[in-house]
Write a protein that binds this ligand. Sequence first.
Ligand code: SAM
Length: 284
Amino acid sequence: MNYRHAYHAGNFADVVKHVVLTRLLEYLKQKDKAFRVIDTHAGIGRYDLSSAEAQKTGEWQGGIGRLVDGALGAPAAALLAPYLEVVRALNPDGGLKKYPGSPLIARHLLRKQDRLTAIELHPDDANRLKAVFAGDFQARVIELDGWLALGAQLPPKEKRGLVLIDPPFEEAGEFDRLVDGLVKAHKRWPGGIYALWYPIKERKAVIAFRKALKQTGIPKLLDIEFEIRPASSEPSLDGSGMVVVNPPFTLEGELRLLLPALHRLLAVGRPADWSLRWLAGEAG
Ligand code: SAM
């Protein structure tokens, strides 16, 4: 377990992932009924953009750094507002010193009836996240293997909500674990919304992943692809993707407004594109 998210917090891939997360949460908030968010690979929740790690890569400057300075059209700006509000809440003096991780973003958007379960396996990270949510009865942090949590924590008692699966992809076999984990989780809780993050580094692995997902027979799968540059000769994060299972009916239309606006600000090399496609269901 060498992966440290502090090197990457706020990069383009975090921005896209966290924007999708906020749109899913905003949808869940349209009904009064309580929901639960389960974040299986939660990280530390709050990232210092002046830390040695963040400074070393400077990745956040190509992500949230570009977004806060960029001009967005009105429809995209309205859809991004809940996300940018969380970022601003963490930086009350203006500027950009801190960046929120997924559990903090989710927590910020919960209502009093909603709950967050954040799972983190790394003991130091789990302890830091516990400190962030100390005394908060709506957020529970569990030091546990996120893949096990997909069995143990599902279905949540609210029977409504979202599971974010955001593994570090530092070990071989992570794409397979993601598919197996989803199949196991979906059997336990077919009605949940699932958001799975994946890297676009090696195109062959991504194609195989999509094929494996289609073969699961899970009926509603929307795939979001966001490339910021053409394929590099050396392995590097040229893009990122998210698969949303049981997406709200509003999501596709929102993303068709958001993704081109984000792409204009975040792409660094051409040709690079974004796409949205149904791996199963709707148009699939
Ligand atoms: N979801 C976070 C966010 O968006 O702010 C970022 C998570 S980061 C990509 C992946 C995290 O998973 C790291 O904090 C790492 O320590 C943790 N991790 C690695 N293996 C894990 C496992 N098997 N179960 C739970 N957490 C794990």
